[in-house]
Design a protein around this ligand. Structure first.
Ligand code: ADP
Ligand code: MG
Length: 355
């Protein structure tokens, strides 16, 4: 009988590479954003000729590849063009001029910012940034509270391209005139993906994440269809992961349409909306992280169990990933005598009601 062939044995997984479904996974081949990448590259290009670069502002709905496109261009700079320094800052985590100053220092590995005032740090950065041409990206820039940093950088760095990224086009119009006139960016819209594009992107991730034949055709078509209505690739990645978990729990070797429908019936998904809302389980895990800041993820799981947590380690680790994605916690890899581990730190941030 083939009874056991259609079922997973305990410990077996449907995933070949689960990491491929993480929002932060960076595929080598970026699909359907060639034009946008060229525009970004063109804004940076004058820097190679010792001229000042062009400033640009990228905008469009969440989950349509804005961050990925910038990081892709920056990766190419890093790998192939050492003469230009790419610096990426996420403004959700760094939402004030002081925090941005620190983030810039860390991005360029500059360690002597302790006990310094913001303007002193910018003086140091000015010296550093004026040695090389720099491409500066400020992602999720609408989360910023004050724009002094931008003014200072625009005034003090000679050869630069500033790339601002936001979900809202309107945000730029609301910016202080003294910054707008200095920045003078070209506005670049990231349009929503169409059905075919969504399908191609999700096929790429599916093929990384699962062994061939794991996701049935009907199940995959339903995932693509759902992503199309939500217009956000993250929604598709999250649905694929949830469905796979449900199939795994049912010991099924194949992800079926029924698994997808079961998940969809459960209603709103828990992936990161902006501002991020956490489900109850994530909130209670976050409380445990707060009380046990900086310990290893395995030990954190023990604390979670002691507090009556009932999920498996795998599910727990996924929730930690969700928290890390929303910058509620940060993760640090360590290598020690006992082998590799991950430390989990609580990250202070504003309350949701303050956004
Ligand atoms: N063109 C694409 N090719 C491959 N993956 C993509 C593409 N566009 C988006 N993604 C994936 O979708 C998710 C959201 O993309 P992201 O760049 O973070 O969106 P945004 O910054 O517009 O909110 C990421 O996990 C990313 O890897
Ligand atoms: Mg983004």
């Amino acid at each position: 009988m083939a009874l056991f062939d259609t079922m997973l044995k305990s410990g077996e997984s449907l995933f070949a590479n689960e990491y491929a479904l993480d929002f932060s996974f960076h595929p080598k081949l970026l699909l359907h954003r060639e034009k946008e990448q060229f525009t970004i590259a063109n804004a940076i290009r004058p820097l190679f000729a010792e001229r000042n670069g062009k400033n640009i502002m990228l905008y469009g709905r969440p989950g349509i590849g804005k961050t990925l496109a910038v990081l892709h261009v920056f990766r190419e700079l890093e790998d192939e063009h050492e003469e230009i320094l790419p610096v990426y800052v996420n403004c959700w985590q760094n939402n004030s001029t002081y925090k941005i100053a620190i983030a810039l220092c860390e991005a360029v590995n500059y360690k002597f910012y302790q006990n310094k005032k913001t303007h002193e740090i910018f003086k140091d950065l000015q010296e550093k940034f004026n040695k090389f041409p720099v491409a500066l990206c400020f992602d999720e820039v609408d989360k910023i509270e004050d724009f002094d940093f931008l003014y200072t950088l625009l005034e003090s760095i000679y050869r630069k391209t500033v790339i601002l990224v936001s979900n809202y086009k309107e945000w730029f119009a609301a910016l202080d005139e003294r910054i707008r006139s200095r920045l003078h960016p070209e506005l670049i819209e990231f349009k929503e993906y169409n059905a075919q594009e969504i399908q191609d992107i999700l096929v790429q991730r599916k093929d990384f994440a699962f062994k061939p034949g794991t996701v049935s055709e009907e199940a995959f078509a339903a995932i693509v269809q759902n992503t199309l209505t939500q217009k956000d690739i993250r929604a598709g990645l999250h649905l694929m992961r949830q469905t796979a978990e449900a199939a795994e729990e049912a010991s099924s070797r194949v992800i079926t349409l029924e698994h997808v429908n079961n998940i969809l019936q459960k209603g709103p998904e828990e992936y990161a909306k902006e501002p991020m809302e956490l489900d109850e389980e994530c909130r209670s895990i976050l409380d445990i992280v707060k009380a046990n800041d900086g310990i290893k993820i395995g030990d954190m799981f023990k604390k979670y169990e002691e507090k009556g947590g009932r999920q498996s380690y795998k599910t727990f680790a996924r929730k930690i990933q969700i928290l890390a994605f929303g910058s509620f916690v940060s993760l640090k890899r360590t290598t020690g005598v006992g082998g590799n581990s991950t430390l989990v730190f609580h990250q202070e941030m504003k309350k949701l009601s303050e956004f």
